[in-house]
Write a new protein. Structure first.
Length: 161
């Protein structure tokens, strides 16, 4: 009796996952050691773009997971990108809203953990095929920044292309 139920559960899970996950999405998250993000810890996220992918537009988001003990309504992050074949990098600072005084935490929560996806680039085109690299650094006044669990990047193809 247990084996058929287990088989049914696994089959349903696989079918649900296959239908609910978009096929044109890249997401990678990095665990913050000890839930204390030091400014010297700068996670690097690498991904590849094929020649056929340069024809499409993408939305790029920073993904952040934190506990409800996080002490601020926002987080400042410096995002640095290195394009294929380049020796130089481009950096930009992002002020990511995580909460407001009326609604509380803006991300999706479960128990005391919240995840927020904040879009930083809308309808971006990757001009070159090859390996790209994102580096993320927290640039808040508090160092280390307490109660941050994960940080990452999400890249998804704009629908309808």
């Amino acid at each position: 009796m247990k084996k058929p139920f287990l088989f049914f559960l696994v089959a349903c899970t696989l079918q649900w996952t296959a239908c609910s996950l978009p096929s044109d999405v890249f997401e990678k998250n990095v665990v913050i050691p000890g839930q204390q993000w030091e400014s010297s810890f700068q996670p690097r996220i690498d991904f590849s773009i094929k020649d056929s992918d340069t024809a499409f537009l993408y939305n790029i988001s920073i993904v952040l997971r934190h506990t409800d003990a996080y002490a601020f309504n926002n987080i400042w992050i410096r995002g640095t990108i290195r394009e294929p074949g380049d020796t130089t990098t481009r950096s930009e600072r992002y002020d990511l809203p995580l909460a407001d005084n009326e609604k509380g935490w803006l991300g999706q929560g479960m128990d005391d953990i919240y995840e927020q996806r904040v879009q930083i680039q809308h309808q971006t085109k990757f001009k070159k095929a090859g390996n790209y690299s994102f580096t993320l650094q927290q640039v808040m006044r508090e160092d280390p920044l307490q109660h941050v669990l994960n940080v990452g990047v999400r890249i998804e193809k704009v629908p309808g292309q």
